[in-house]
Design a protein around this ligand. Structure first.
Ligand SMILES: NC(=O)c1ccc[n+]([C@@H]2O[C@H](COP(=O)([O-])OP(=O)(O)OC[C@H]3O[C@@H](n4cnc5c(N)ncnc54)[C@H](O)[C@@H]3O)[C@@H](O)[C@H]2O)c1
Length: 334
């Protein structure tokens, strides 16, 4: 295959990001865009000289090799199955679904069809987190990994309609951190303890209203990961990972809009943090898309896999139960 022809399903926030990344990837071309609303589909298709088509047309098209699923979460599993059955290579945004059994059923279809599926845990492709991972797991620079600390705070909450459809903090937002914890620990968590609160907007009640959380994961050998989440950080998008090991510590710090610092009588000030995921993770989205395109063109394995999507959701389900039932939840229960 010379050029990978891609159909994009969902022309919203992340769909636009992936369209931009596809345009920057050699040997990939966006040929069609589908959306439930005509305007965003037409706008995105026009920007990339692609056609507006329905999802059914994209799935049936001989001139589409791969699909990018960037619709709301509740459509992902169904569209992965459709893509696998249609012989497409599939990239799907996280999470695969909110229900663990639904994900297991979906992955069975993927396996039966021997389809290529990559899940959008973009942070694994962030150059800083990749370098951190390489120092720890390739260079063994800090000896044995013992504790991982992840701080992940958004500048502000998403719209309520998004929050309701996306399943809440643990399965929508923290799922990235669960994947990062697995990635950095190099082992699977066996138990989860989570506390969540509605501190940013107490008016949003129930599980969807959780906007602040502290979560602890432990592996069978006793390695620990701690995750701190908030849907509000007045100072920008706070994304830090620190790993402590038997021989030292390594961490990846926040990225600022520039490296400019000002010093005056009252101390130092620095440029603000990058505002949100669109800015902070654009290099990661590009590397993610390039990785998928390479694997799809050459038939190679992909990572993160559907199973990575499942494992992160299992931890998110355990965290949800731990928060709701105020107890430690064993992963084996899920
Ligand atoms: N990896 C990341 O960094 C990241 C960031 C944001 C969102 N996401 C994930 O991406 C998905 C989409 O999130 P978003 O923020 O782009 O949402 P969004 O609401 O901005 O975009 C979703 C798009 O899908 C369209 N859509 C809805 N129903 C459809 C249907 N039946 N057929 C076709 N199109 C339909 C909507 O009209 C909209 O344009 C979510 O699952 C979310 O978890 C991932």
């Amino acid at each position: 295959m010379t050029t990978l022809a891609i159909g994009l399903l969902g022309a919203g926030r992340i769909g636009k990001v992936h369209a931009t990344a596809i345009a920057a990837t050699p040997d990939a071309r966006l040929v069609a865009v589908a959306d439930a609303i005509p305007e965003p589909a037409a706008e995105l298709a026009a920007a990339h000289e692609a056609e507006v088509r329905s999802i059914e047309e994209i799935m049936a098209a001989d001139d589409v090799d791969a699909v990018f699923i960037t619709t709301p979460t509740d459509l992902h599993a169904e569209l992965i199955e459709q893509g696998a059955l249609a012989g497409k290579r599939v990239f799907c945004e996280k999470p695969i679904d909110l229900d663990v059994q639904r994900v297991r059923d979906c992955l069975e279809v993927v396996e039966k069809e021997d389809a290529l599926l990559m899940v959008g845990f973009n942070r694994r492709f962030d150059p800083n987190f990749m370098a951190l991972w390489a120092r720890i797991h390739e260079d063994k620079a800090i000896g044995d990994v013992e504790m991982v600390s992840i701080t992940s705070r958004d500048p502000g909450p998403p719209p309520l309609a998004y929050m309701v459809r996306s399943g809440g903090l643990f399965k929508d937002m923290t799922i990235h951190d669960f994947d990062m914890a697995r990635f950095m620990l190099g082992e699977e968590p066996v138990a989860v303890s989570a506390f969540g609160s509605a501190l940013v907007d107490p008016a949003v009640v129930g599980p969807i209203g959780v906007d602040s959380a502290g979560i602890t994961l432990i592996t069978a050998t006793g390695k620990i990961a701690q995750i701190a989440n908030s849907r509000r950080a007045t100072y920008g998008y706070d994304q830090r990972v620190e790993v402590h090991g038997s021989l030292g510590m390594a961490r990846a710090e926040n990225l600022h809009e520039s490296t400019v610092e000002f010093a005056g009588r009252h101390g130092y000030t620095r440029a603000p943090l990058m505002n949100f995921f669109l800015e902070r993770y654009m290099p990661a989205y590009r590397a993610e898309v390039a990785t998928f395109v390479h694997a799809a063109r050459h038939g190679g394995p992909v990572s993160p896999t559907g199973d990575d999507g499942l494992q992160a959701l299992v931890i998110a389900e355990a965290a949800t139960r731990s928060h709701l039932e105020r107890r430690v939840v064993e992963i084996g229960e899920i």
